[in-house]
Each structure stands twice: as structure tokens, then as C-alpha cells.
Design a protein around this ligand. Sequence first.
Ligand code: 13P
Length: 287
Amino acid sequence: MLVSAKEMLDKAKAGHYAVGQFNINNLEWTKSILLTAQEMNSPVILGVSEGAGKYMTGFKTVAAMVKAMIEELNITVPVALHLDHGTYEGCYKCIEAGFSSIMFDGSHYPIDENVAKTKELVAVCREKGISLEAEVGSIGGEEDGVVGMGECADPNECKMIADLGVDMLAAGIGNIHGKYPANWQGLSFETLDAVQQLTGAMPLVLHGGTGIPEDMIKKAIDLGVSKINVNTECQLSFAAATRKYIEEGKDQQGKGYDPRKLLAPGAEAIKATVREKIELFGSANKA
Ligand code: 13P
């Protein structure tokens, strides 16, 4: 069932758990994530970066694939199809393509411009029943060409954006896309706590879910995080399983080169990663 992310996240915030956003890159990724969410009776958010959307030939292709897959696989758990770190133009393209949720990442604009553009998108999304995520304070590292310095958000700016009526808010709290460096300082729970105090019932989003230790994930959920984004970790699992298959020479045995065989261990590895995260985030049986 393709839905906006609003209801599932409001429920998660009230129930003190988080819904996973797993980024997709192709058919295998999408299928593995949808099947695992269904198996675990968990709501799920499929994240699509602008780069991944382009790779899959465009947002219309992605929306058509996801909608058809939900139907063909009999997926009954709530699924949101969400633009990840959208530009202003990208948001409108995804709205037109039929996404059920979008993120407008205006964190690199001066706060007044971020507020103005977010406000405009709140009105458009409300009318169409699409959920909207906004960002304050950039997420560190690089994801599909989106580069951030990783500064912590100003809680007062978070309140300004939350008050516009967005459905979820990503606040930078020292989190980074991709692998965390050995000298990483950890999440700033002080910032998260201050943001949560000022934004109340607003579901907060934790980007850069890959590699955050379990105790930090649990503490972040306790402090109001209701959506956690995971991208790199599925890529690493897929790559490791595919490498093993090839290094064991399995692609050269029988018809092991058949893409349906070659990509199967990677697809299974994505499922295992998603399963692990759904358990950790506490969203199993919350569909
Ligand atoms: P990771 O790639 O670090 O898991 O981050 C994902 C993310 O935040 C998507 O926006």
C-alpha cells in the first residue's frame, strides 16, 4: 500500500520506535526491501536520491516500478516512496511522478530562503496528501553528489521550520552519510534533546544510519527520532555477498552467470541487513 509517511511516523513518534528509510538503486533493492518489510509486518520508507532516480532512468520509472511491485508482490504494509535530499526542482518532479513523500533539503540556503521554499512546498504537499521532510543543519559526508559539512542544527531554526507544518524534520546532530571515520565524535544528544524540546510532537529524522552504534540508535529514538535513513549499509552487504559469490567461482559453475543467480546472494544480503535494522528500530509488527 503506497501511502504518505505522515501517519506511520506520527505513530512511531507516539510509540517510541523508528521507521527505516532504506534507499533503493534498482529492482533487486526494491524487491528485497519490500519483501522484508512485509515479512516483518513493518511500515517502510523507500528512499530515492536524485542520483539514484536518474540512474533508474527517472522518477516516473521509479514510481511506476514501486507501484506495480507493491501490487504484484501483494505488499499490504504501509510503504512510502520518498525523495531523499531533494532539490527544489527535484521535489516538483517527484510530486508530478507520483511519489507519496518528499524531502526538500534547503539546508545549504540561508535560513530565510530555506523557510520560504519549505513553506511553499508545505502548501503544495498538503493539497496533494504528500508528506514533506525538511532539513536544518547539514548532514556530513557525501551522498550521490550531495555534500555536507556536518554542522549541528540550531534548535531555534528547527522550530522555525517545524512551525511551517512539515511532517518530519532532519536536524544535523553530527551524523554523516557513508562510513563513520575512526575519529568521529558521536551524535550530539545535547542538540537532539534541545531540538526535541522545541519541536514537540514533530517526528525527527536521523540520516546517516550506517555504522551508528546500537546504543546511540536507541538513545536517539528515546529522544524523539522516528525515522532512520540507511543507504550505505545495504550497498556494503550487497557488494560483500556478490564478491564472495564471484571469488568462489560460482559465476563459472553451470549457469551461475545468469543475472538471476549472480545477483541473488546480494539481494539476500540486503534482506538480512533490512531485517536487522527493522528489529533494532522497533518497527516490526507495527504495520
Ligand atoms: P548512510 O548511507 O550513511 O546509511 O545514510 C543514508 C541517508 O542518510 C540517506 O539520506
